[in-house]
Design a protein. Structure first.
Length: 571
């Protein structure tokens, strides 16, 4: 691969910035070749890589210095390439692979650009209509209570030029009480709440905040520069793993190869059975992608565990959504029977939590060994598969802080040294979901070729770290300014919640680009369990052979909707 000239430290220590601007489609081709070369087991055949056609506008439409639009497009292309390999194994040719890079810009914003009966989901929620059709699982955690809302924000610390990301997750009162703050405090506005919380957090150094969060089991993270994160032991441990990180489990019985099924459905993963044990965005995004490639995906969750209500309008597409409570023995038995049939388990609960309930990797390998058919088990978490942070709770915002992405955005927007500002969209979440999809598809391909069972890990922080490394590099300040001048985004600041940032970006797009009006990059379900038509972003991978192209056969649906907890065709 030809060298890519960069300048160092434009956005602070450990950053690399383009010398020259490359249009988005061409940059996608460069990054695809780079990731192909650095991903064990992925093809490096130029003829296969060049079978991908990236097309779209020259300039990105996502604000900031990160090449998130390029990254999203390339990860989708990688899934498309592996899907094409699998299709060939099934006797179906895909032809050329097409990726619309403008559509890729919308991918991280997927949950917020869905419409119901033509009304954007934000308007649908504000009107009160959403509460009548969704399954309410967030338990008020994402209500517009100002104190709750500002537990998802970045704050200055006692240390000069060091900021800290706190994360109320889906239990803001727990975090507020840990810092002696009243969850029902006097703040009447988001700004008042931010100032109240800031006054308390400024009493602590970043190290003290880190210890407090670790002692209480809370989500939190110092906003590192890219250089500072790479120099931590945790950063070094994570850096030893490839982004697409899966391996055959040689300690288990080497079960025989499992050919892909021959089915009427020509999509690559038709006949593959997937159990999704996950909440929030990243792993459910992977489950939705696997469903679009043809897999039979059963999403399992509990009525007693909170989950953001907004996400059920998109990330449940193509799945069944079923309820099981793993504190109840008969429900555990039901899940165990389901796992005896499964090809893939994808889970995003804290590392080790499912193992303590009898559903860890070793438990699944025992099932695989007994039945003589390998299994793919993928953990998706914040910090990676090992190291002293591996079991810590973490969200996209935590990964953004750790990796340096928040620091870099604050720098690019002109804030004082050390100020963190979240990337404008849930990029780590959605792109990590795509990383998990590629890992699972490669493992399924390898199981069909060689047999065995496979374990993989997809990490939010690893996904972010790729975006600030030298091989990717960042957009120059001049390009960042051009994007801003073109779309006139409202200011992005350390206090803003991810929902506010999504609104900033989508509101600007409505006024400055026609991409949201392009019906060919959306899919519409007229009859849905919500009682409204749903228009959502379509799968990005398009094969020349449309019969093989990813698509959802069923609409999104409310959480815990389906009563039958079984794979298709199971008696």
């Amino acid at each position: 691969m030809a060298s890519h000239p960069t300048k160092k430290d434009i956005y602070g220590p450990g950053t690399f910035t383009d010398v020259d601007f490359t249009p988005v489609p061409q940059e996608c081709t460069r990054i695809l070749h780079h990731l192909a070369e650095t991903t064990p087991g992925f093809t490096t055949d130029p003829a296969i890589l060049d079978n991908v056609h990236f097309h779209g506008a020259d300039y990105p439409i996502i604000p900031g210095p990160l090449k998130s639009q390029v990254f999203a497009a390339v990860l989708q292309a990688m899934a498309g390439i592996v899907g094409s390999e699998i299709s060939t194994m099934r006797g179906n040719a895909t032809g050329k692979i097409s990726i619309d890079t403008d559509q890729a810009a919308l991918y991280p914003a997927t949950p917020s650009i869905v419409t119901l009966d033509g009304k954007y989901v934000g308007e649908f929620i504000k009107s009160g209509e959403a509460s009548k059709v969704w399954t309410n699982l967030d338990r008020g955690a994402l209500d517009l209570n100002p104190m709750y809302f500002r537990t998802w924000a970045i704050y200055p610390t006692k240390d000069p030029d060091v900021w800290y990301q706190i994360m109320g997750s889906l239990n803001p009162p727990e975090l507020l009480r840990a810092f002696s703050l009243d969850p029902d405090g006097p703040a009447k506005t988001n700004d008042e709440a931010y100032q109240l919380i800031k006054a308390e957090l400024e009493k602590y150094s970043a190290r003290e905040l880190e210890m407090k969060c670790m002692e209480k089991g809370l989500s939190g993270q110092t906003c590192y520069t890219p250089k500072a994160w790479r120099e931590t032991l945790m950063g070094q441990l994570l850096g030893k793993h490839p982004l697409i990180n899966y391996k055959v489990q040689r300690q288990a019985v080497m079960t025989p190869p499992v050919p892909f099924s021959v089915t009427e459905d020509k999509r690559p993963l038709a006949g593959i059975k997937v159990i999704e044990l996950a909440r929030v965005i990243a792993a459910p995004a992977s489950g939705a992608a696997l469903a679009s490639f043809g897999a039979d995906v059963v999403r399992i969750q509990s009525h007693d565990l909170p989950d953001p209500n907004l996400l059920q309008f998109t990330l449940t597409a193509g799945k069944r959504t079923c309820a099981l409570d793993l504190t109840k023995e008969r429900h555990k038995e039901h899940l165990y029977k389901l796992m005896e049939e499964a090809d893939v388990i994808i889970q995003s609960y804290r590392q080790g939590s499912l193992a303590r309930k009898g559903f860890g990797l070793d438990d699944l390998l025992e099932i695989a060994n007994r039945r003589g058919k390998g299994i793919i088990y993928l953990d998706l978490n914040c910090y990676g598969p090992d190291g002293y942070y591996a079991e810590r709770p973490g969200w996209q915002q935590i990964a953004d802080a750790a990796s340096g992405c928040s620091y870099v955005c604050g720098k690019a927007y002109g804030f004082p040294e050390g100020t963190g500002v979240l990337p404008s969209l849930p990029i780590a979440d959605m792109c990590c979901g795509a990383v998990a999809t590629v890992s699972i598809m490669m493992a399924l391909r390898d199981r069909a070729r060689h047999g065995g069972s496979y374990y993989g890990n997809a990490s939010l922080t690893a996904t972010d770290c790729v975006q600030v490394n030298e091989d990717f590099s960042l957009y120059s300040p001049e390009v960042v300014k051009k994007i801003q001048d073109t779309h006139n985004f409202d200011p992005m600041t350390p206090d803003l919640h991810v929902l506010e940032l999504l609104s900033v970006v989508v509101s600007a797009w409505k006024n400055t680009t026609d991409v949201l009006k392009r019906n060919e990059i959306f899919t519409v379900f007229e009859n849905t369990p919500f009682g409204h038509s749903v228009r959502m972003l379509a799968p990005l991978v398009r094969y020349e052979n449309a019969e093989v192209s990813p698509k959802w056969l069923t609409s999104s649906k409310p959480y815990c909707y389906d009563e039958e907890i079984a794979f298709a065709g199971t008696t």
